[in-house]
Design a protein around this ligand. Structure first.
Ligand code: G3I
Length: 351
C-alpha cells in the first residue's frame, strides 16, 4: 500500500494497529527459528528480520572486507557518502557517484540499501549551515536537496533516515539551522518532500540515546505520534544504539514495542558497543551478551524490522577518534577476525 494512502488512513487506524503492531515489518520466518544458521544474514532471515552494516566507501575495494559485507548482511548503509556534504557540496551541484557505488554493490549482492541521511545538522556543507538563509529560502534549499537525492535513488533505497538527530538530550528540539530558521514544521516538511520524491521508500526519523525510555525518547515518541495524527508520511523510527559495554537499557524492548504499537517500523540503525581499550576476554564476552540482548529485543517485537551495525571492523570505527581510550566496539576486530559478539548476534536472532 502506498504510504500516502496509509497516511490518510493512519489516524483512524492507530488504535487498531496497536492491537496488531506493525505486521508489515514481520515477514514470515523462512526457516524455523532456532536452527543453527551459518551467517548473520541467514539467522536474521530465519527470524524475519534484516541485518545490515554501515559501509565505508573506501573499504569496498578490500576483498576481505567486501566479502564479509556481502555474505553476512542483507542490508547496507552508506557510512558517509549519502550525507549532504557529499551529495550536494555546492548548491545545485550533486555528486551521486560514491552512493551509486554502494547501490551497485547492494544490487550485485541482493541487499537492500538503507539511505543515510537526507537532513542532518552535521556533515552539512557550509553553504547551508552558514548560508544566512531566511525560513522560506532554507525550506526551498532543504526541499530541493531532498527532492534531488531521494529522487535520484527512488526505487533503489528501501529506507531513508529523512531526519537525523533532531533532539536534545532533554527531549527538546536541537537548535539546528533548520529548527532555528524554519521552526517546528521543518520535520514534517522534510518527510512530505521525501514522500513526494520517493513514495515507495520507508521514511524514518533517527536518533541516538533514544534506546531506553527517557526524556529524549519521549520527545521522539510525542513528535512521531503527532506526525501520524497529522497524516505526515512517517513510517519508521531509527534507534542508533551507540552503546557502552554493560549499559544496554533494560527497557529497550519495551521502548521498541511502544513505537511499534503506533504502527511504525523500528530499526536498530547504528549498533556498536564500545569499551575501554585494549579489550580483554571478559569484556569481549560481556560485549557478546550485550549484542545478544539488543538483537533479542528486536527479534521479540514484530514491528522491529532489523538491526544494522555501524561498521564491521574495529579498524574502521568512528569511536576511537571521538572517544579517546575507547573502541573495540564492532563485531570483527582490526584484523577482520570474528569476535564473540558475532555469536551473540546469532543467538539474538534465535539461531
Ligand atoms: O572526507 C574527508 C576527507 O576528505 C578528509 O581528508 C578527512 C580528514 O579530515 O576527513 C574526511 O571526512 C571525515 C568523514 O567521516 C569521512 O571519512 C570526517 O573528518 C569525519 O568526521 C567523518 O566521521 C563520520 C561521522 O559520522 C561524522 O559525524 C564517521 O565516519 C561516521 O561513522 C559517523 O557516523 C555517524 C552517523 O552518520 C550518525 N550517527 C552517529 C554516527 C557516529 O558519529
Amino acid at each position: 500500500m502506498r504510504r500516502s494512502t496509509v497516511a490518510a488512513a493512519v489516524g483512524a487506524l492507530v488504535a487498531g494497529l496497536a492491537l496488531y503492531g506493525s505486521a508489515q515489518a514481520q515477514e514470515e520466518p523462512v526457516q524455523a527459528p532456532g536452527a543453527q544458521q551459518s551467517t548473520l544474514r541467514a539467522a536474521a532471515e530465519a527470524a524475519g528480520k534484516f541485518v545490515g552494516t554501515a559501509v565505508s566507501d573506501g573499504r569496498l575495494n578490500d576483498a576481505s572486507y567486501s566479502e564479509i559485507v556481502s555474505s553476512e548482511f542483507s542490508s547496507v548503509t552508506a557510512e558517509n557518502v549519502m550525507k549532504w556534504d557529499t551529495t550536494e557540496p555546492n548548491r545545485g551541484s550533486f555528486n551521486f557517484g560514491p552512493g551509486d557505488r554502494l547501490v551497485e554493490f547492494a544490487n550485485a549482492n541482493d541487499q537492500q540499501v538503507y539511505g543515510h541521511t537526507l537532513v542532518w545538522h552535521n556533515q552539512l556543507p557550509g553553504w547551508v549551515s552558514n548560508g544566512g538563509f531566511g525560513a522560506a529560502e532554507l525550506t526551498q534549499v532543504m526541499n530541493d536537496h531532498i527532492t534531488e537525492v531521494a529522487g535520484h535513488y527512488a526505487g533503489q533505497v528501501a529506507y531513508w533516515d529523512v531526519v537525523n538527530e533532531a533532539f536534545n538530550e532533554d527531549g527538546t528540539m536541537r537548535p539546528s539551522v533548520f529548527q532555528t530558521t524554519i521552526g517546528d514544521g521543518w520535520i514534517a516538511e522534510a518527510f512530505r518532500a521525501a514522500d513526494a520524491a520517493d513514495p515507495d521508500a520507508k521514511l524514518c526519523i533517527n536518533d541516538y540515546n533514544v534506546e531506553g525510555i527517557n526524556a529524549k525518547s519521549d520527545g521522539l515518541y510525542n513528535l512521531v505520534s503527532g506526525m501520524l495524527e497529522q497524516g505526515v508520511p512517517v513510517d519508521c523510527v531509527g534507534l542508533q544504539s551507540h552503546l557502552i559495554l554493560g549499559q544496554v537499557p533494560g527497557d529497550l524492548q519495551e521502548n521498541i514495542q511502544r513505537f511499534a504499537d503506533l504502527g511504525l517500523e523500528v530499526i536498530i540503525t547504528e549498533l556498536d558497543i564500545r569499551m575501554t581499550t585494549p579489550s580483554d576476554p571478559n569484556r569481549l564476552q560481556q560485549q557478546a551478551q550485550d549484542y545478544e540482548t539488543v538483537v533479542s529485543a528486536c527479534t521479540a517485537v514484530p514491528g522491529c524490522a532489523g538491526v544494522t551495525v555501524w561498521g564491521i571492523s574495529d579498524a574502521d570505527s568512528w569511536i576511537p577518534g571521538v572517544f579517546p581510550g575507547e573502541g573495540a566496539a564492532c563485531v570483527w576486530d582490526e584484523n577482520l577476525q570474528r569476535k564473540p559478539a558475532y555469536d551473540g548476534i546469532l543467538a539474538g536472532f534465535g539461531s
